[in-house]
Structures are given as C-alpha cells and as structure tokens.
Design a protein around this ligand. Structure first.
Ligand code: MRU
Length: 379
C-alpha cells in the first residue's frame, strides 16, 4: 500500500531530483517515488510498500515516462520478492499497468528473470529477492549512464545539423530527470546544449491534457536555469511559421522495428510541421525503447485514457481508473464524449534521427535499427 505521504523538507530540495529510490526502514523495504502528480507546486514523496500500490502509482502517473517506468517496474518486482508476495503475479500486474512504454515490460522481465534464475539454481527465496533487487539497481545505474551518453551524442548531432549554434529547440511532454535514472533523454540533450552555452531557447509545449510540459518540463527547465518559454500545443504551428524553431527534440515510449516512434500525443503533428518547415525532428531514447518484437507503427498499442482528462481541466492527482469524473473543473458539457489517446505514432520517414546511448541512427531504417540493437547486445 502507498500508506504514507511525506512532505519534502527544505533541506531535501536540491538541483538533483530524487525521482525514485529503494529504502529499507525497520518495518520492511519500500519504494519511494517523487509524486509527479503534485508537481510543480508540491514536492511530495509517495511510499509504496507493495506492487499494487506501485501499479496504481503508474496508472495515475505518479511515476511516468518510459525509462523510469522500466526502473520502477524492476524495483516493483524486487519489492514483491523482498516482502514475500507472489512475484509472478506482481510482475504480470506491473507489466500490464500501462501498455505503450516498452521499457516497463523490459524492466519487469529483467528483475523477474534474475529472481527466477536464482531459484532455478536451487537458491533460497531470500537470495532470489536479492538478485531481483540487484537487477533493478543495475538497470537504474545503466539508465543514468545511458542518459549521459545520449546527451553527448545528441549535442554532437545538434551541432552538426545546426552549425550556427544558438539552438532554439522545441520539445513536447517531459523527458528530463523525472523520467530517468540520470538527466533524461531529449531534455538531457537540451540541458547539455545549455551547459555548453549553445541553447538560445527551449520551447516547451504545455502537452494537453495532463500538462507534462507545463508542470514538469518547465519545472525542470527552471531548476536548471535554462532559457525557456511555455506555449500551448496549438501555438506550435505559428512558431514554426515565424522561423523560431531550429530543431524538435522528443523522447519515445516505444520504437517499432521499422523505426516508427510512439510518443506523447501531439508528437506526430510536430513531425509533420517540422518536415513542412525543413526543421530536423530528432528522437532521443535508450536502446531499451527499441522493440524488435513490434514490427511497425500499426502494431504499437496506444493507451486510451479516461475522457474526463479532456472534458475537465485537471492534473492527475486523484485516482482515475474507472472514475466517472476526475474532480477537475468541467470545460465541456456534462456527458461529452472525448477522444483521449495518450500517445501517437510518427512514421520513420518523418524522423530525421534517433539518438541512443549507442550512437545515432540516421536515416532511420529497419536495418540500421537492427544493427544498433545487435551492437548493444554485444556490449
Ligand atoms: O504519459 P506519460 O507522461 O508517461 O508520457 C511520457 C512521454 O510520452 C515521454 O515523452 C516518453 O516517455 C519519453 S521519456 C524519455
């Protein structure tokens, strides 16, 4: 159960955001999340003591964003194991908590496989639980390293694509430290540009309906002292038309084998705009987001979320699963039907490059992505 909320003290507020951590108080191990539902106004910790609480935290976006979903899923398996719950049941529930980000399944399976391997070798339940935790910790560490490498590759690519410097970058949703063991994916590239004195402006799409851009990316940009401006999603077209965007940088929740990219709904229209205006459209994601088992964009399951996220102005504070209303301010007549896909799919021909920790894929082809996955498996 997520039975405790602990307000962050002043002393805990630092440039480094403690997004997810394993803790071992006397009452038993817990997974502590920075609750992203209450940002940017309140920095609150959510303490999960079992997998069902973590599943609820994932569904309601207390923890969200592809890479950290993988890390959370792995720790969730470790939590179930350490507390003596049914690990396979917990793993199935965690893996199914949200369908689109493949990293969640990858993280869950990795910890589950580590657990099962120890048992298959005749190890004890305790040893198996330790192995699951070690796997989660390794994934957490590797994601931080991948993030730093993506930032390096991504900045080199930006410098190559935009030799004049003074990059004006448009981003969508949230792809920073809140989604990662490190500084994130697309946001980490913008941050590297900022640190290198080469970011003129970060344009931040507000990202309706749940405002990940306004609530989370603006929060991270402000904490890092970046020059940023928030815009409504539908203002992006006029921004391109005014010649104010040099590149689009986004993350990904799943990249199909053919290079189709599922990301936060609203990414595909940006890709179309970018193509029309001859602006590079760059996707930044760890290799774990590439799913060789999903052949193409049409095979990606796009999560459909509750209509009240659209018919009300709200942030995802309250549990929403199965709820008629989310407790927000209504902005549409009662009973209005809403179309609310959480993600959309951008075809590979609109993607200038995919930046991973193993290097850059451009042009984006099935062959180049397969070679990248092979390379990363050999490392
Ligand atoms: O619904 P969310 O907030 O989990 O969606 C997150 C995104 O779409 C991110 O852009 C994506 O996970 C990439 S983060 C590296």
């Amino acid at each position: 159960m997520a039975d405790q909320y602990a307000q962050f003290g002043e002393d805990k507020q630092s440039a480094e955001i403690p997004v997810i951590r394993w803790d071992q108080p006397p009452e038993g191990p817990v997974l502590v999340l920075l609750d992203q539902r209450t940002l940017p106004t309140d920095e609150v910790e959510l303490v999960c003591t079992d997998a069902p609480a973590l599943v609820e935290a994932i569904r309601t976006l207390a923890v969200r964003g592809a890479p950290v979903l993988g890390i959370a899923g792995a720790y969730g398996v470790a939590l179930a194991a350490a507390r003596g719950f049914d690990v396979d049941e917990a793993a199935a529930a965690l893996a199914g908590a949200r369908p689109t980000a493949v990293n969640l399944v990858v993280g869950v399976r990795r910890a589950q496989a580590a657990y099962q391997a120890v048992l298959a070798d005749g190890g004890s339940l305790e040893q198996a639980a330790e192995a699951a935790l070690a796997a989660a910790r390794a994934l957490h560490r590797e994601d931080a390293e991948a993030s730093a490498r993506m930032a390096r590759h991504g900045l080199a690519l930006l410098d190559e694509l935009l030799p004049g410097g003074g990059h004006r970058v448009l981003t969508h949703c949230n792809t920073g430290a809140l989604v990662s063991g490190g500084e994130g994916t697309a946001f980490a590239v913008a941050l590297a540009a900022h640190r290198g004195g080469r970011l003129r402006r970060l344009w931040v799409d507000e990202t309706r309906p749940l405002l990940q851009g306004a609530r989370l990316t603006a929060y991270e940009a402000a904490r890092n002292g970046m020059p940023y401006t928030l815009l409504t999603d539908n203002a992006a077209g006029s921004l391109f038309a005014a010649g104010e965007v040099d590149a689009v940088l986004i993350g990904a929740d799943r990249i199909a084998a053919d290079g189709s990219v599922a990301n936060k709904v609203g990414s595909y229209p940006l890709a179309v705009l970018a193509r029309y205006h001859h602006v590079p459209f760059v996707v930044v994601a760890p290799v774990t987001t590439v799913d060789p088992h999903t052949p193409d964009g049409a095979s990606i399951e796009v999560e459909q979320r509750a209509g009240h996220e659209v018919t009300e102005v709200t942030v995802p504070r309250a549990p929403m699963a199965g709820a008629e209303a989310g407790g927000g301010i209504p902005v549409a007549p009662l009973g209005t039907q809403a179309y609310n896909p959480a993600f959309d799919v951008t075809p590979p021909e609109l993607v200038t490059a995919i930046v991973t920790e193993e290097g850059v894929v451009s042009p984006v082809t099935a062959e180049a992505l397969a070679a990248l996955c092979d390379r990363s498996r050999q490392v």
